[in-house]
Design a protein around this ligand. Structure first.
Ligand SMILES: Cc1cc2nc3c(=O)[nH]c(=O)nc-3n(C[C@H](O)[C@H](O)[C@H](O)COP(=O)(O)OP(=O)(O)OC[C@H]3O[C@@H](n4cnc5c(N)ncnc54)[C@H](O)[C@@H]3O)c2cc1C
Length: 469
């Protein structure tokens, strides 16, 4: 029962507890369920962006390869169709995070991230995927004076790495998007695309199938075992025997335990408004249709859709004890209520606008906020997970590296320290839960104290670990 007061509470009444991007009548029919035993060259477990990009890239490079994708639910069931659709070139969860972990590789990582985004553009064109995909300016907005200092520093760092950015003063920022909460901004000119992630999943699934992949939906992988030179993946209706397996289940545990030390599921929540009228659009400006994030540690992200709705998400990232995953976590009245209140604080001129959808989903995070890779089962199974909140574009790179490792190919990518070295593992429960709660609290305190990092955050910084969404 939602008890959010005022306009925010009114606006939430009647919002469908469903993911806007996939809550559509034009969803494709389900792929078949595996009900026999089959052979393949490559088995992919998980049909989100990582799994689908793995199938596409493997088949574009090795036409004729026999690729089977096993998806427990429907392709895109996980984070891939629940996200904000910010397709950002960064492979390192932002430049600052990249600098703190991989200073020696950062130039290479920036180049690879930009190439990856260009190749996403090209693939979408080549396969004629209709997913409202377009390059868009990105803006980090400052809503507190201390954010302005942080953005100035960020501007210098981006410029040093050849990224095209521009500082916006209060008036310029407010003229761009009309919110009295803004005191400045940092415009990123060339490193973002916005996309409808649900339709991107459907388009990637179709592209993979057109290249020859066989996709089974409603087919969870339940066990994996090596038999001589082959690896078997068991599902309730049959097994797949292949040379190699790529496990791409991200926040979900999958049939192999190894990633669970390094990757935890964290829930992020989203609201979608009804379409804005032309009068409401003229009250907020937003003519360049920027993808926006605010510069707090605990941040909001927001954007317009094709039909002039506003997607508004972020703020409170929640971890549930023992890597808890449950569809009930998708709907959190308190979190959705706070998000709605923040929405109307940012855009009070939109009072009266209602939310049509509310949802949440699990982000997979590591202590360094980026993907990590590993191999098990005598090198026959490769896994990749952990993009945190920036996996829409990075999942293509994650899949590409996963294929390098699965096929035993040494490349510039596999030589990156980010790929070779694992992040610091999360401690076991109950320390894991306690550590995450302490860190969340410390982040909130930092935001309300001008960004000053207290003792706990400084200690974590020293060990190169943290918690983010
Ligand atoms: C609310 C939210 C907002 C986000 N916003 C953004 C954003 O704007 N920009 C951005 O870059 N990133 C964002 N992200 C992160 C991004 O969506 C993810 O990093 C990315 O989608 C990860 O893709 P994936 O394929 O690795 O994982 P998923 O999409 O989670 O796919 C994993 C798949 O594996 C399947 N699976 C699980 N277990 C099994 C099994 N045993 N057998 C077979 N299949 C299995 C699942 O059903 C699922 O479909 C957001 C995430 C969330 C939750």
């Amino acid at each position: 029962m939602d008890t959010t007061p005022g306009w925010a509470g009114q606006a939430l009444k009647g919002a469908r507890p469903a993911v806007f991007w996939s809550d559509r009548p034009d969803a494709p029919a389900a792929a078949p369920t595996l009900n026999e035993s089959v052979n393949a060259d490559l088995t992919v477990i998980g049909g989100g962006f990582t799994g689908l990009w793995a199938a596409i890239q493997a088949l574009e490079e090795q036409p004729g390869l026999k690729v089977v994708v096993l998806e427990a639910e429907r392709c895109g069931f996980g984070a891939s169709s629940r996200n904000g659709g910010f397709c950002d070139s960064s492979l390192t969860h932002g430049l600052e995070n990249g600098l703190s972990h991989w200073p020696d590789d950062l130039k290479t990582l920036v180049r690879m991230g930009r190439e990856n985004l260009d190749e996403i553009d090209e693939t979408i064109d080549r396969h004629r995927i209709v997913a409202d995909y377009q390059r868009a300016p990105g803006v980090d907005v400052a809503t507190e004076p201390w954010h302005v200092d942080a953005l100035e520093h960020s501007k210098d760092l981006h410029a040093e790495h050849g990224l095209d950015v521009e500082l916006l003063d209060t008036d310029t920022m407010r003229a761009r998007v009309n919110s009295a909460t803004y005191v400045g901004g940092l415009l990123h000119k060339n490193d973002l695309a916005l996309v409808d992630p649900g339709r991107l999943c459907w388009g990637l699934r179709q592209a993979a199938e057109s290249l020859g992949a066989t996709i089974f939906e409603n087919t969870p992988a339940t066990a994996v075992s090596v038999d001589g030179t082959k690896i078997d993946v068991t599902t309730p209706g049959g097994a797949v025997r292949s040379e190699r397996v790529l496990m791409a289940t991200n926040a979900y545990p999958g049939p192999v335990r190894r990633p669970r030390r390094y990757v935890i599921p964290v829930y992020d929540h989203v609201l979608m408004t009804e379409p804005l009228s032309s009068e409401q659009m003229s009250m907020i400006g937003w003519k360049q249709r920027d993808g926006i994030g605010d510069a707090s540690n605990q941040f909001h992200y927001y954007r317009l859709t094709e039909d002039d709705r506003i997607l508004w998400g972020g703020w409170d990232a929640t971890y549930h004890f023992n890597n808890g995953l449950d569809p009930r976590h998708d709907q959190q009245d308190a979190t959705h209520g706070v998000l709605a209140e923040h929405f109307f604080e940012t855009f009070p001129q939109l009072e009266g606008l209602r939310f049509s959808h509310r949802w949440g989903g699990p982000i997979a995070t590591t202590t360094q906020f980026t993907a990590t890779w590993g191999t098990t089962h005598e090198g026959r199974l490769t896994w990749v997970a952990g993009y945190t909140g920036l996996g829409v574009a990075a999942s293509r790179f994650g899949a590409r590296v996963g294929l390098d490792l699965a096929f035993g190919t040494t490349t510039e990518r596999t030589e990156l320290e980010m790929v070779r070295k694992k992040p610091f593992p999360f401690p076991p429960e109950p320390l894991r839960w306690a550590g995450v709660q302490m860190t969340r609290k410390a982040i909130q305190t930092s935001d309300s104290h001008g960004g000053k990092r207290g003792l706990w955050l400084r200690l974590l910084d020293r060990f190169g670990v943290g918690f983010d969404s």
